[in-house]
Each structure stands twice: as C-alpha cells, then as structure tokens.
Design a protein around this ligand. Sequence first.
Ligand code: GDP
Ligand code: GDP
Length: 436
Amino acid sequence: MSKPVVAIVGRPNVGKSTIFNRIVGERQAIVEDVPGVTRDRIYSKAEWLNREFYIIDTGGIEIGNEPLLEQMREQAQIAIDEADVIMFLTNGRDGVTGADEEVASMLHRSKKPIVLGVNKIDNVEMKDNIYEFYALGTGEVFGISGAHGLGLGDLLDEVVHHFPDDEEEGYEEDTIRMAVIGRPNVGKSSLVNAVLGEERVIVSDIPGTTRDAVDTVFEKDGQEYVIIDTAGMRKKGKVYETTEKYSVLRALKAMERTDVVLMVINGEEGIREQDKRIAGYAHEAGRALIIVVNKWDVVEKDDRTMAQFTEKIRDEFQFLSYAPVLYLSATTKHRLQHLLPAVKQAADNHNLRVPTNVLNDVVMDAVVMNPTPTENNRRLRINYATQVAVAPPAIVLFVNDPELLHFSYRRYLENKLREAFHFEGTPLKIIPRQKN
Ligand code: GDP
Ligand code: GDP
C-alpha cells in the first residue's frame, strides 16, 4: 500500500522549506542519526492524525539552468504528476502576485486537490491579508505562519481530508514484489526488460496504483514475482524526468509497495552522491535490498576489480552492510541468472521467523563471549529476547536499561544474529525495552 504524497509548491521565498521543516519536525533529526545516511532535505515521511504520508518540497528540485519562472512551472508540474494533494503556498505580506496566479491556473487544470496556505501571517492583525487570496479560486484559504508554527494544524487537517482511501494492491500473499530503483540512466528499464525477456510473463504492463510505475507479473520455478519498473512510465518530453532528485520520488513511491528493492548502480560511472541518497531512503524503508552493479560488461576489469568495487560499496554504504552486491549486465545478460535466486533469498530472509528458544541461546552465547557494557558501574543486563515482527525482522531485547545498549554493542549483537540466522539481504531491527 502506498503512502499518499503531498507536494509543496509556490514561488521562491514564500516559506516552503520553513513549512516543510515544521511539518517534518523532529522526525528528521531522528532519521539523521543513522551514520552515513545521506539525504536531501526535500523529501520526508511525515504524520498527521495518525496518517503517514510523504512530503516533498518541490522548491528543492532544481531543474537544469532554467530561469526561475520556468523552474517554478516544472516544480508545479511535478506536483501535478506525482502528488495526491498539493499544498500551494503564498506570501500574505506580498499579496497575490502574477506568479501566484500562474501557478494557480496550472494547478486548476490538473484537478488535483489543492490546499492553499497563505504564509507569514504572524499575528492576528494580519489575518485580513488572507482574503484577497480567495481570488485564486482554490476554495478555503488558510492563514499560517511557518515562523511561529501558527495555523498549520488546520491546514494539515484539510490536507489529510483529501487523501485517497487506502487501496489494496491485489497481489497474492506469496507473490514476491520487487522494485527497480536508481538514478536516471543506470539501466533500470534495461534490467527489467532483460529479466522479463527470460521469464514467463503472466500479466504485463499493469499501471501501478500510483500510475508512475509499471508492474509486470511473471513466474520462475513455480514462484510468482511482480517487478515494478519505476522508469517504465517516463513522462515523455518532461524536462524534470532526467533530474536526479526527481528519481528519488519515483523510488520512494515504489519502495512502499515492495518486498525487495533492487538498487541499481552504474558500474561504468561508479558511486555518485545521488546513489547514496537513494540508498539512504531504501534503508529507511526497511525493505530487503540488493545492490545491483549494472553495465559490468563495459568495465575494464581484472581479477581484483569486483572485490575492489565491493569494498568501495561497503565503505560508502556502511548502513547497508546486509545487502548482497551483484554484478551483471542488462545488455549482455551476463550473470543475470544470479538475480532472481538472490531476490527469492532476500524475500525469504525478510520474512524469517526465528524460534524464541534458539534466539535466546544465540543472544546468551553472544553475551558470554563478549560481556555487556557498563556505564557508571551499571551493567547492561539482557533478560530475554523475542522476535516481534517480520518484514523486516524485529527483535525486542528486554533489558534493565535501554540506555545502556550502545551502538557498538548493538552492532555486535546484530552481527552475532546474522551469523546464526539467514538474514542476508534484510535489515534487522533490534529494539531494547525496559523490563527488570
Ligand atoms: P522558500 O524559498 O519558499 O522555501 O522559503 P523559505 O522557507 O526559505 O523562507 C524564506 C524566508 O521567509 C526566510 O527568511 C524565512 O525565515 C522567512 N519565513 C518563512 N516563514 C515565515 C513566516 O511565517 N513569517 C515570517 N515573517 N517569515 C517567514
Ligand atoms: P534507466 O534510465 O535507469 O531506466 O536506464 P536505461 O535502461 O534506459 O539505460 C540507459 C542507457 O544505458 C541505455 O542506453 C542502455 O542501452 C544502457 N545500458 C543499460 N544497461 C546496460 C548494460 O548492462 N551495459 C551497457 N553497456 N549499457 C547498458
């Protein structure tokens, strides 16, 4: 099931990024604690009234060297193409400008729900400034102040009110869903075509519920798979289509409804900053993950090249240590046969359930081999471990004090669990909980 997408649009300086940060709030800070996760400050998960959604500040998606007005049009177009609800922001101190009118008329043509926020209404006296914005024809107008956090609740109530109803995806429970993500031109579509060229396709080209990806159902050795091609429905002729920051949005939406993420890297170009961003979001999504180094056919190599590239990947994506790395060529199909077995394996591991007694044996053995840390003469005591979820597997440790479980010991335990069980390809959550 996909989370709804809310896109913020508006002229420069009306306060888009201020509002974005307000809405995202402390969540951002928590997420940034994962060492090595690189992120743009324009995409985030957010929550209001217990509804989770994605929020994008389209102002952060720069499109080539286009002049400002053209950038704004493209950003509004992204919102129209991708968002479930558009949050249109204006500046209550400037009044209605020509650029506001232009954006409004573009948005109207789209028929997407629009919620208009008039920002910089910092006090009650300024409230009257909002009335002229009714002329933009978007219905109710919300006076807000990003700087002071005023009026945002009402604005968000209205946004959530327009969310589409949850839709079931409709695939069988045991169908493995995989999404192919990555920067433009790394070979996502080529990879999808290569896989489908080899297998028995059952249903092809189902437009995804989000209408910006193409789903194809196929079968291999009695297992049904769905492959989600995030590059499969390129908006032809759209300038923004090839911008890297836009590819993140595609990836985010596709990852929501998959079991296994195939993150494609261009072996010819190596790892780029934007790959790291996409990897950060993939990690956060908690899906099983495989790193696919494509275009391996054009890489000049000797018997050490692969090991060196893997070392670089491990170094750059330290938080993805659980992800297997596959080298292949979508063009020549060399080593392509390793892909689906790896996907199947990762999906199985993602759903792995470890019996409680075996889990506790492993944890207790780990503690014997490497005693728990102490702080101010207090030692971490682990009383009991139990798996509380799959996809990804989550293990609760009942301890005397969660604060005492530091990063390094947590990592040690994770390594021990990974040695003992088959968790390759899946993230693993370790959650300390107080219980004496
Ligand atoms: P963006 O270009 O639309 O993303 O706008 P920013 O969020 O960067 O804000 C532009 C400027 O307006 C910054 O100097 C902000 O501090 C200021 N600003 C944002 N929201 C408010 C507000 O509610 N009241 C006032 N007075 N200033 C604001
Ligand atoms: P996407 O934007 O990520 O979907 O990338 P495409 O699948 O459209 O591929 C971009 C370009 O890379 C095209 O010209 C492909 O022919 C080329 N390409 C894709 N995979 C390979 C590969 O394995 N080897 C080589 N040499 N070229 C490839």
